[in-house]
Design a protein around this ligand. Structure first.
Ligand SMILES: Nc1ncnc2c1ncn2[C@@H]1O[C@H](COP(=O)(O)OP(=O)(O)O)[C@@H](O)[C@H]1O
Ligand SMILES: O=C(O)C1=C[C@@H](OP(=O)(O)O)[C@@H](O)[C@H](O)C1
Ligand SMILES: [Mg+2]
Length: 172
């Protein structure tokens, strides 16, 4: 079985959907952010604050490559920025991976992230209005990279279970 990689903007549901998908498939789930946090013994928030974003991006690339070198089947939830740095988007096209972009609209993302921004250093200090403006621009800049995924699912009207089912349908 190929390694399954979920990508997309912060709040699109990568971590949540990847966890549920791994249960259904009975294969391990690794969240790239959690893998990095365990490796350093620091939260993503602390890595950004203490070491800076460039340091994080280098580490994120190394950890992504390390996960891709696992030989067993695995579901990987990327961080929102992963495909957009260090040519990581090229790795989404490998024959041994199945990459899926979970595409969410600006309104969906703002709705989810405004309740859930404290551990996301890029948006932690923004109010709802600033966040909408930021996400609109940022999503536009990042879309090129997200669209390098092999598959795309529009998740706005979907429950977590429905998104999982769509990914399972791709696999069959
Ligand atoms: N239909 C849905 N699909 C995925 N996540 C959803 C959905 N509805 C609400 N959520 C919530 O949105 C948040 C998505 O966060 P998360 O999985 O951490 O996203 P990401 O890892 O892409 O940043 C979670 O709190 C999750 O419970
Ligand atoms: O979009 C980004 O650049 C980031 C997304 C985060 O992951 P989630 O998409 O899981 O929130 C995390 O990797 C870090 O805060 C940076
Ligand atoms: Mg996540």
């Amino acid at each position: 079985m190929k390694k399954i990689i979920l990508l997309g903007y912060m709040g699109c549901g990568k971590s949540t959907v990847a966890r549920e998908l791994s249960k259904k498939l009975e294969i391990p789930f690794v969240d790239l952010d959690e893998f990095i946090e365990k490796k350093l013994g620091l939260s993503i928030k602390s890595i950004f604050a203490e070491k800076g974003e460039i340091y994080f991006r280098k580490l994120e690339h190394e950890c992504f490559v390390e996960l891709l070198n696992f030989t067993e089947p695995i579901v990987i939830g990327l961080g929102g920025g992963t495909p957009c740095y260090a040519n990581n988007h090229e790795l989404l096209k490998r024959d041994d991976v199945l990459s899926v972009y979970l595409k969410a609209s600006i309104d969906t993302l703002v709705g989810r992230l405004s309740l859930n921004k404290n551990n996301r250093p890029l948006i932690a200090n923004k109010n709802d209005e600033e966040m909408k403006e930021f996400i609109a621009t940022h999503l536009f800049e990042r879309s090129y990279y997200y669209n390098q995924a092999q598959y795309k699912i529009v998740v706005d009207e979907q429950t977590i279970a429905q998104t999982v089912e769509e990914i399972l349908a791709i696999l069959t």
